[in-house]
Design a binder for this molecule. Structure first.
Ligand SMILES: [Ca+2]
Ligand SMILES: [Ca+2]
Length: 235
């Protein structure tokens, strides 16, 4: 809308300021022309720019904060998820270990060992002389079996049917003086000799074996027999 000449003159006379814009607005039904000068416009523009920058900056800061917060929540979620997963895996492994101990109390890597009453027993699959059998047990961190009572005797019998196995008993040092290799007192401890044994047949039977029947017999130590090793439960 063009400005009337008289109004334009009025502005020019009133101030030496340069007219940079005019606009009109209705005021009580009358049309009023307002002018904007360069001097007035500059601060207003600066204010607008400052406010716009302020809002933009605030928006950016809040946006970054929100993003960081979201990132932290996601990372925490991932950490908790991983921790839960590791915890679950650890429990699973622990359970498998416990099951393994129940199934193989003498060690999952020693399945050839039999468990009985808190100890572990190995029944050889090869035959050796008594002395070699003794060293074979030592190589397995064990020693030839010592039989203290009937319960143990019954367990060994159930594993040695119809075969002959060396045990940790001999009278090598002195004929008739039987000694258990762990120092157990022979005279006062359990015995299970076959009838008529020990016989020291031909004066050369100085090592004890579990015979076919399960009862004990003295035999030449140079005879090749199976053997039984014994050791405590692995810690
Ligand atoms: Ca003898
Ligand atoms: Ca004999």
């Amino acid at each position: 809308m063009p400005l009337p000449n008289e109004q334009e003159e009025k502005f020019e006379n009133k101030s030496k300021m340069v007219l940079v814009g005019v606009y009109e607005q209705e005021e009580d039904g009358d049309r009023v022309y307002l002018a904007e000068t360069e001097e007035a416009k500059a601060p207003r523009t600066a204010d607008r720019f400052f406010l716009r920058w302020k809002w933009s900056s605030s928006f950016l800061v809040y946006g970054l904060l929100a993003f960081t917060y979201l990132l932290i929540i996601i990372l925490l979620g991932l950490l908790l998820s991983n921790e839960s997963k590791f915890s679950s895996e650890a429990k699973k492994l622990h359970k498998q270990l416990e099951m393994s101990k129940e199934l193989f109390p003498c060690g999952s890597r020693s399945r050839e060992w039999e468990y009985f009453d808190g100890r572990c027993y190995y029944f050889s699959v090869q035959k050796f002389t008594w002395h070699i059998a003794e060293s074979q047990c030592a190589q397995r961190n064990s020693s030839l079996v010592v039989i203290h009572d009937e319960a143990k005797q019954n367990f060994l019998e159930s594993q040695t049917r119809n075969e002959r196995y060396w045990i940790g008993l001999n009278d090598i040092d002195e004929e008739g003086e039987w000694r258990w290799i762990d120092g157990t007192n022979y005279l006062s401890s359990y015995k299970n000799w076959r009838q008529g044994q020990p016989s020291d047949y031909q004066n050369k039977e100085d090592c004890a074996e579990i015979h076919f029947s399960g009862e004990w017999n003295d035999e030449s130590c140079s005879t090749a027999n199976f053997y039984i090793c014994e050791k405590p439960l692995p810690s």
